[in-house]
Design a protein around this ligand. Structure first.
Ligand code: HEM
Length: 144
């Protein structure tokens, strides 16, 4: 397997929806361009991400691992999101911006796939960092 361009897994959901590595790369770059300019999300990333090149490469590997099942992301998103001062409105904005970007740069079926996955992951991140009360399913005011 070529380490720089791993082939999609035969059972990966992405290729049937027209998703390839170039589309993932385009989406990730377009999304974080928006995030960096955003008045709600920008400051959180500014504080934490000093070098965008490795961050974007990591996020391309993350989304390729999901859409193309390339198993090339080995990070742990949960701890990475703790202690960032993230509140529920940040997630609302993140998902809004992600959906807008996906709809702008991807064909509809691919955009739907990315948005659905992002919503599910956002929900588990919010549970994991304590923004959603696991007993009631309700949002808390802020992370513990
Ligand atoms: C309120 C919304 C969010 C904010 C403000 C946020 C912010 C951040 C920041 C600042 C980092 C860099 C952490 C570091 O390098 O120390 C990061 C990493 C990351 N984020 Fe988010 N994020 C949000 C939501 C999401 C969602 C919904 C997803 C997935 C769909 C996601 C996926 C990731 C991944 C995969 C990483 C890399 C983790 C690693 O180091 O392996 N984030 N995020």
């Amino acid at each position: 397997m070529d380490i720089d361009d791993p082939r999609p897994h035969p059972k990966a959901p992405g290729p049937a929806l027209g998703i390839d590595r170039a589309m993932v790369t385009h989406l990730v770059h377009a999304f974080y361009d928006e995030v960096r300019r955003d008045s709600i999300l920008g400051p959180i990333f500014d504080k934490r991400v000093k070098d965008w090149t490795p961050h974007l490469e990591k996020l391309v590997r993350f989304w390729c691992s999901i859409a193309l099942m390339t198993a090339e992301y080995h990070g742990r998103p949960m701890p990475a999101h703790m202690g960032l001062g993230i509140e529920p409105n940040h997630f609302v904005r993140w998902l809004e911006l992600f959906a807008e970007t996906a709809q702008r740069v991807c064909p509809p079926e691919a955009a739907n796939f990315f948005v659905e996955r992002a919503q599910n992951i956002a929900r588990s991140l919010q549970l994991g960092i304590g923004l959603i009360d696991p007993l009631t399913g309700q949002l808390r005011a802020r992370a513990r």
